[in-house]
Design a protein around this ligand. Structure first.
Ligand code: AMP
Length: 187
């Protein structure tokens, strides 16, 4: 199973992606987590990525695509993977298409988690307190939501056009939303 989980910042994407991937027995591949791991290690990629992340902007496609390509060519991704936070731009959609085509693979589904904006801001401010993420300040949250609306929300139309999109209501408790996602995938 090769899946994408999309949704605005604060939609519960990371939480759901972790649980759903474990449930399906496939690796959870989060570009945000990969960037944060690099930031934590103080790698060159991490230092470069942090400048963008802290401003609420996307890391340039060239860096992101190379990092994702490296990750999904690991052996553990052979049976499938769940992508969390990638693709986020049209360029990344095209890159992913090429990466998959090169290895004779195809996407099975794209899940879009939907939530309303007020709820999302509240969740992110709470996460800022709980996890201390440096990109969860009110100002950066606003910018991340704008960037999502401009650059990433339009991608759902691409996957909808391919008949791969399922929309799932992201509002509710974690277990309930997980059930909805798994039910949608079983259809
Ligand atoms: P996330 O954990 O998915 O919310 O990602 C945190 C931050 O990492 C984002 O706000 C971006 O700065 C960066 N990032 C993660 N994934 C991507 C991507 N696919 N393209 C560009 N930037 C990304």
């Amino acid at each position: 199973m090769r899946l994408i989980v999309m949704g605005p910042p604060g939609a519960g994407k990371g939480t759901q992606a972790t649980v759903v991937a474990a449930n399906l027995g496939i690796p959870h591949v989060s570009t945000g987590d990969l960037f944060r791991a690099n930031v934590g290690q103080g790698s060159e990629l991490g230092l470069e990525a942090k400048r963008y992340m802290d401003a609420g902007e996307y890391v340039p496609d060239s860096i992101t695509n190379a990092m994702l390509r490296d990750r999904i060519t690991h052996d553990d991704c052979r049976p499938g993977f769940l992508l969390d936070g990638y693709p986020r731009t049209l360029d990344q959609v095209n890159e992913l298409d090429m990466m998959l085509a090169a290895s004779g693979q195809a996407l099975d589904r794209t899940v879009e988690l939907t939530v309303d904006t007020d709820e999302v801001v509240e969740r992110l401010l709470k996460r800022a307190q709980d996890q201390g993420r440096t990109d969860d300040t009110a100002e950066v949250i606003r910018r991340r939501l704008e960037v999502y609306a401009e650059q990433t929300a339009p991608l759902t139309a691409v996957y909808e056009g391919r008949g791969l999109l399922v929309r799932v209501d992201g509002l509710g408790d974690v277990a309930e939303v997980t059930r909805r996602i798994l039910a949608a995938l079983a259809n």
